[in-house]
Design a protein around this ligand. Structure first.
Ligand code: ADP
Ligand code: MG
Length: 452
């Protein structure tokens, strides 16, 4: 089952559950005459449902209004459904479609990367929100979340998801015009087209898009003229229900030099965060990358994957890099069929922290997380929920106390916060220790755990 199928099946099942809850149609009828049908496609205006036989076809058609109502409520916008007999669908829905969205653009020269798809994007807790939101936008361009704003540190899959949205729309909505551009190229295009007297042509090309994908939008910050052009493109597209998807290394309000009116537009859609992959996701990503290595005829031991996932999971690019280094090493320095942990240790000599007893920010984070029942992702996240923020402040304070690291470095380790945030956190903890005996007790317990 492809991810798109999975998505449609999920929507269909939830629609049927809602119909059952509505009590207008008997549950038995639903399970007998609806369940084996299939939500085949979904776009802004229409859903197509395939019925396996005539009985399904007629039973569902008698309740088409209820189906429309429940389906609309599940996907959050008005939709009409058409029920088609499965045997008729090939002729009706699969006419040979002319691919029109590959027209040569004058300004938008970036091509979608065909290797970045939803199919090869591994999903885990760290990126599930971003993946589901991207998939929802790709399925219903312009009608659900506009703009979709994906943010997170470098190497976590933002460009991958942006291209996956583009590739999905290209395949499933062949008539939609797609534009992919990086923030830097956007600035460059505005600059050059103003210089050449072509700014209206540039705007027209943008206005004509059905889907605009801007990667690393933070680079338009501080560029006044670009802001003006981007603002008008943004309004034109969103007002006409054309989809915009953006990526950035931070949330809109933290992009310094971005005009308030643009920040508020970015906040009017959906902002989703993508975080460092947790251990299981890292292992799954490594397995999937290995499976795609067709030339490699070696077995990689599980403890090798575990070793890489433990030491290089700060971002997916680092994971890929480590895997490539290992494969390179094994091809050149190992004639055996197995890649063992011993070989991996040789390949990464000097690259990973060898003295396991040495105290690191990671150890401190782990102790604090265990103490408060949190995950490292929560600690690094932007969440300001009280218990998470308290734990984060304590971990920062202890990193300062035991490792004597600069505030800037600690900020980097905790989701790229700036040095004043860390300084404030440390001061807050010191103050709490003096004022609150329960708090003081907690710190002593955590410190004992760290020392042990
Ligand atoms: P970003 O744009 O956030 O800096 P990229 O999208 O360029 O990161 O991702 C870096 C590399 O990691 C790419 O090769 C991408 O395919 C890969 N990658 C990131 N996340 C995943 C994932 N969840 N599953 C598979 N590959 C991933
Ligand atoms: Mg990127």
């Amino acid at each position: 089952m492809t991810i798109a199928d999975f998505y449609l099946t999920d929507i269909w099942n939830r629609t049927l559950d809602l119909i059952i809850n509505n009590n207008e149609v008997d549950e038995f009828v639903i399970n007998t005459f609806y369940r084996d049908s299939k939500l085949f496609s979904l776009n802004e205006a229409k859903a197509i449902i395939l019925a396996p036989d005539f009985l399904h076809y007629t039973t569902m058609n008698t309740n088409i209004l209820l189906i429309n109502k429940c389906l609309s409520s599940i996907i959050n916008h008005e939709i009409e459904s058409e029920i088609i007999l499965e045997k008729d669908y090939v002729a009706k829905i699969n006419p040979t479609l002319e691919i029109k969205n590959t027209v040569q653009n004058h300004f938008l020269k970036n091509k979608l990367n065909p290797n970045y798809t939803f199919g090869n994007f591994i999903v885990g807790r760290s990126n599930a929100h971003s993946q589901v939101a991207s998939l929802a936008c790709a399925n219903n361009p312009g009608s659900l979340y506009n703009p979709l704003f994906i943010y997170g540190n470098s190497g976590l899959g933002k460009t991958h998801l942006l291209n996956a949205i583009g590739n999905f729309v290209q395949t499933n909505y062949p008539n939609k015009k797609i534009g992919l551009i990086s923030g830097l190229d956007f600035v460059d295009c505005v600059f050059k087209s103003i210089k050449n007297g072509q700014i209206d042509d540039f705007k027209r090309e943008m206005y004509d898009l059905d889907l605009l994908l801007v990667d690393d939008i933070q680079f338009i910050a501080g560029k006044e003229k670009t802001h003006e052009i981007f603002f008008s493109v943004f309004n034109e597209l969103v007002n006409n229900r054309k989809q915009i998807c953006l990526t950035s290394d931070r949330i809109p309000s933290e992009i310094k030099g971005l005009e308030d009116r643009i920040i508020s537009r970015f906040n009017s859609g959906l902002n989703v965060n993508i975080e460092s992959p947790e251990y299981e996701t890292s292992v799954n990503i490594l397995k999937s990358k290995l499976a795609n290595q067709t030339e490699l005829r070696k077995n990689v031991d599980d403890d090798v994957l575990s070793f890489i996932a433990t030491n290089f999971s700060q971002d997916v690019r680092a994971l890929e890099g480590a895997l490539n280094r290992l494969l390179f090493y094994s091809i050149n320095f190992n004639s055996g069929d197995n890649i063992t942990l011993k070989l991996a240790m040789d390949a990464f000599k000097g690259q990973v922290q060898e003295n396991k007893n040495e105290l690191t920010v990671n150890n401190i984070k782990k102790v604090v997380c265990d103490y408060y029942g949190l995950t490292k992702q929560q600690l690094n996240s932007k969440t300001r929920t009280k218990n998470i923020a308290t734990a984060r402040h304590i971990a920062m304070y202890l990193s300062r106390k035991y490792l004597d690291l600069p505030y800037l470095k600690i900020g980097d380790e905790f989701g790229k916060r700036d040095h004043s945030t860390v300084m404030n956190a440390c001061e807050k903890v010191e103050k709490q220790i003096k004022q609150n005996s329960l708090y003081q007790k907690a710190i002593i317990e955590i410190e004992n755990l760290i020392k042990n």
